[in-house]
Design a protein around this ligand. Structure first.
Ligand code: C2E
Ligand code: MG
Ligand code: MG
Ligand code: MG
Length: 297
């Protein structure tokens, strides 16, 4: 894992000089407010979960990704790109993850199968949490409480999981795999993405990052990289998912390259548990192209 180690060294070596200015003080105050609001929000049950479908090339729903949402009484709606890093810093990530996973595991027990196949549930695991001592037994315990079988759960991790102690991260992955969980590499194609190390990791799925999907239409080099990634992942017998598919041109191109699964606004936005259940009931588990506008976000 030489490439991994090199990247880690580069990250640590990056100098970050900061001088205190009124603006920075104000920023620091805002962060403090947000952290306080987050503690309050956990007490008040302000966190919820939405579910974004994943479809196959026939637009049949094959799985769903759980995404955390926070509507704060004092700060309004705060996106996960903002509150997840904050939760990692304040140590509240464990508690938020427990809420999200318990809620999602329970919701998934209620979903009807699509054409005889049970839907998989994907959940995101923060890199900061991944090497915590008791993560595996805790997740397994939450799952057991829900009654959902581990084979229906896919844990999404990012490459940053391997930055600090890649040997240990791999052993955590193997522990999850031994319990029957599936594992996906999320946001692949950002960070230090190296195609060669993928084969050493016990992964079932690779999700190609939205930034590549967005740019492939306009940039031939990116299109070539995306195509190569799909081909390589398929040769390694990993399921490939394209994330952030927003238009039919991207969908057609990805299908032509052999991509098997897709996620994005073209098919469905993240939905409340209730909206997802009614989508599953309405179209026998397929996402029709026409009715997208009417879908709640
Ligand atoms: P992610 O896991 O890569 O999730 C995909 C993100 O892309 C979601 O944003 C989703 O709403 C958005 N997305 C999906 N399709 C499209 C599309 O076609 N176009 C565009 N523009 N966006 C699309 P969201 O929900 O804001 O989540 C952002 C990130 O926050 C997630 O990226 C994930 O890394 C993190 N996150 C969300 N929920 C959780 C959680 O419960 N735990 C942890 N650790 N991280 C979470
Ligand atoms: Mg994800
Ligand atoms: Mg992703
Ligand atoms: Mg992403």
């Amino acid at each position: 894992h030489a490439d991994v180690a090199m990247y880690a060294a580069k990250e640590r070596g990056r100098n970050n000089f900061q001088f205190f200015t009124p603006e920075l003080n104000k920023l620091a105050d805002e962060r403090l407010d947000l952290a306080t609001a987050m503690r309050f929000g956990l007490e008040q049950n302000e966190f919820s979960v939405v579910y974004q479908p994943k479809v196959d090339r026939h637009r049949r729903i094959v799985g769903v990704e759980a995404l955390a949402r926070w509507h704060s009484a004092s700060c309004g709606s705060v996106g996960p790109d903002r509150f997840i890093p904050m939760a990692e810093e304040t140590g509240l990530i464990g508690e938020i993850t427990e809420r999200v996973l318990r809620q999602a595991f329970h919701a998934a027990t209620q979903w009807s199968p699509v054409q005889g196949r049970a839907l998989t549930l994907a959940v995101n695991l923060s890199a900061k949490l991944f090497l915590a001592d008791d993560l595996v037994p805790r997740v397994a315990g939450w799952l057991a409480d829900s009654g959902l079988p581990p084979q229906r759960v896919e844990l999404e991790i990012t490459e940053s999981v391997f930055l600090d102690d890649s040997e240990r991260a791999i052993s955590v992955l193997q522990a999850f795999k031994a319990l029957g969980f599936r594992v996906a590499m999320d946001d692949f194609g950002t960070g230090y993405s190296s195609l060669s190390y993928l084969r050493h990791l016990p992964l079932d799925t690779v999700k190609i990052d939205r930034s590549l999907i967005t740019d492939m239409e306009f940039d031939e080099d990116v299109a070539m990289i995306a195509q190569a990634m799909v081909g390589l992942c398929r040769n390694l017998r990993k399921t490939v998912v394209a994330e952030g598919v927003e238009n039919p041109a991207q969908f057609a191109l990805l299908c032509a390259h052999g991509c098997e699964e897709f996620q994005g606004y073209l098919f469905a936005k993240p939905l409340t548990a209730e909206a997802l259940r009614s989508l599953l009931a309405r179209h026998q588990g397929s996402v029709p192209a026409r009715q997208l506008e009417a879908m709640p976000g």
